[in-house]
Design a binder for this molecule. Structure first.
Ligand code: APR
Length: 247
């Protein structure tokens, strides 16, 4: 394992530009359940009933109640994996993070350039007049919450069946096509178009380094190598290895 950590540290030190794509796995050690691991969110809630825009429009109150129950999201704190990526950015070895997560933990850990590919849950958008407010500015006493125009507020996360925010899509393509290394951390790489990002980087000549305790659809054909470890363990080790090389 340590030689893969050193291989990753070397790659980041010599790359002109490194980016990261993260998924729910990087927040697992913050207590937020992933979606597809055993016992994950989609074991408890049918995504067809809770995660599609059609389901939200059909039963907004039911979807809001599920999200309100999702207290882990409110109490979660960044873990060493998030802090490690923020350190790599500060050290100049990581340009940006493209995250599929909506938990804001990268920003809470100090990362500055974070592309929210699936939006975020910090804001709500009125489905009728598009008014956008911070989540904490609305009352969740009655669900679903209503806008003053009578429309229903929806969390600003991207539901299945909704488009990826255009700026996030364009910026992610641009970064993937121009990086020399992409770290792919904590994602099963089964949801598109996010799962395309490592392939776009690979086709543009980048080295693809996966960090995940499990193999994924990327591991054999796309990734150059897999550090089969938890993000909260592997990322701090990469940071330490870079520091040791620099001294
Ligand atoms: N460190 C790194 N990876 C981990 C850890 C950990 N501590 N724990 C679990 N993993 C890995 C799992 O092995 C799995 O490959 O994280 C991945 C989580 O996969 P998913 O649950 O499918 O999450 P993700 O890939 O982010 O899902 C993509 O699907 O439902 C939608 O919008 C949702 O953004 C989400 C998208």
């Amino acid at each position: 394992m340590t030689d893969l950590i050193h291989r990753a540290a070397q790659a980041l030190r010599s790359a002109r530009k490194t980016i990261a794509l993260t998924g729910a796995g990087i927040s697992a050690e913050s207590g937020i359940p992933t979606f597809r691991d055993p016992g994950g969110l989609w074991d408890r809630y049918d995504p067809e009933e809770y995660a599609t825009i059609e389901a939200f429009r059909r039963t907004p109150g039911k979807v809001w109640r599920m999200m309100k129950d999702f207290t882990e999201l409110k109490t979660a704190r960044p873990n060493p994996g998030h802090y490690g990526l923020a350190q790599l950015e500060q050290m100049g070895f990581l340009r940006c993070i493209i995250t599929q997560n909506v938990d804001n933990l990268h920003q809470d850990a100090g990362s500055r350039d974070v592309i929210e590919f699936h939006g975020n849950m910090r804001q709500v958008i009125c489905q009728q007049c598009d008014k956008t407010l911070p989540l904490e500015d609305i009352s969740l006493e009655t669900l679903p919450p209503y806008c003053s125009c009578g429309g229903v507020f929806k969390p600003a996360g991207v539901f299945f069946g909704e488009p990826i925010p255009m700026h996030a899509m364009l910026r992610s393509q641009e970064e993937a096509q121009s990086c020399e290394v992409i770290l792919v951390i904590g994602t099963s790489a089964v949801v598109y178009p996010a799962a395309d990002i490592p392939r776009v980087a690979k086709e543009a000549g980048a080295q693809v380094i996966e960090i995940n305790p499990e193999r994924t659809d990327l591991t054999s054909g796309v990734s150059d190598f897999l550090i089969q470890e938890k993000a909260g363990v592997a990322i701090p080790q990469i940071v330490a290895a870079i520091r040791a090389m620099a001294s």
